[in-house]
Design a protein around this ligand. Structure first.
Ligand SMILES: Nc1ncnc2c1ncn2[C@@H]1O[C@H](COP(=O)(O)OP(=O)(O)O)[C@@H](O)[C@H]1O
Ligand SMILES: [Mg+2]
Length: 248
């Protein structure tokens, strides 16, 4: 499976995604259109299906219906592992290996999945740690770092696979308030560098300043979407107005 040149941004689209767990219809016809090199922020109440949508988009769950396109091409017939190598994911929980050094956490996947040798992996890992401001922490264990630093390591780990798309699922929700801004700034910087991104967040300030588009989900469907200014200043649905009045 060859991947296009690393710096070339790719588009991501979802068409009419449906997914039920038993009788619970969690995604009910979701469309998403993320042009190459842009940032889409997904907002919505707890339980509206945001995390499930991200999981379907990288095929941790298979949709009951619908299509997923990367770079304009359906990925549903591909090997899911190949797709997951093209999409980097950062969660609320950092899930770093406590017994490995920071550098080993970052280089584990490229060594295992791309067969990178020790020297090349170290060089790659240090470059990614540099990108998130933590090169000097390469040889320590994750537990010695702050939550914000651990999340930076998790971001470096995702970037080390040279993903074409990045997903962030409430990446700052577990952080102490004073550490949130730094992580949001780092995510925004990735966006400015041209990464195609889908960011699930409750940080409306980030959505307003860093998103090219905002998607509001409720009950497994996209209720409204558009440019952040339009959405935040001119919500058309009562549901979005109500949601914004609770979070702003
Ligand atoms: N693996 C699963 N099995 C059954 N139900 C699930 C599973 N994952 C999520 N759900 C259900 O899907 C709905 C949406 O959850 P989720 O995508 O986590 O929402 P959000 O991220 O917007 O808070 C919830 O009702 C949740 O209980
Ligand atoms: Mg969630």
């Amino acid at each position: 499976m060859s991947t296009p040149a690393k710096s070339e941004p790719v588009s991501l689209a979802a068409k009419d995604i449906h997914l039920s767990f038993g009788r619970n219809a969690v995604l009910r016809g979701v469309d998403l259109d993320v042009p190459a090199g842009t940032t889409t922020v997904v907002i919505g109440p707890s339980g509206s299906g945001k995390s499930t949508l991200l999981r379907v988009l990288n095929r941790l769950y298979e949709p009951d219906r619908g299509d997923i396109l990367l770079d304009g091409r359906s990925v549903l017939a591909d090997d899911p592992d190949a797709l997951r190598q093209r999409i980097g994911m950062v969660f609320q929980q950092f899930n770093l290996f406590p017994h490995k050094t920071v550098l080993d956490n970052v280089t584990l996947a490229p060594r295992k999945l791309k067969g990178l040798g020790a020297d090349a992996a170290r060089e790659l890992g240090l470059a990614q740690l540099e990108r998130v401001g933590l090169r000097h922490k390469a040889d320590v264990r994750p537990a010695t770092l702050s939550g914000g630093q651990q999340q930076r390591v998790a971001i470096a780990r995702a970037l080390a696979m040279a993903p074409q798309v990045m997903f962030f699922d409430e990446a700052t929700s577990a952080l102490d308030p004073e550490l949130v801004k730094g992580i949001l700034a780092l995510i925004a910087e990735l966006g400015r560098d041209g990464m195609t991104m889908v960011v699930v967040t409750h940080e409306m300030g980030f959505a307003q300043s860093a998103a090219d588009a905002v998607v509001f989900m409720d009950h497994g469907a996209v209720v409204e979407s558009g440019e952040p200014d339009r959405l935040f200043d001119g919500a058309e649905t009562e549901r979005l107005r109500q949601f914004l009045s609770q979070v702003l």
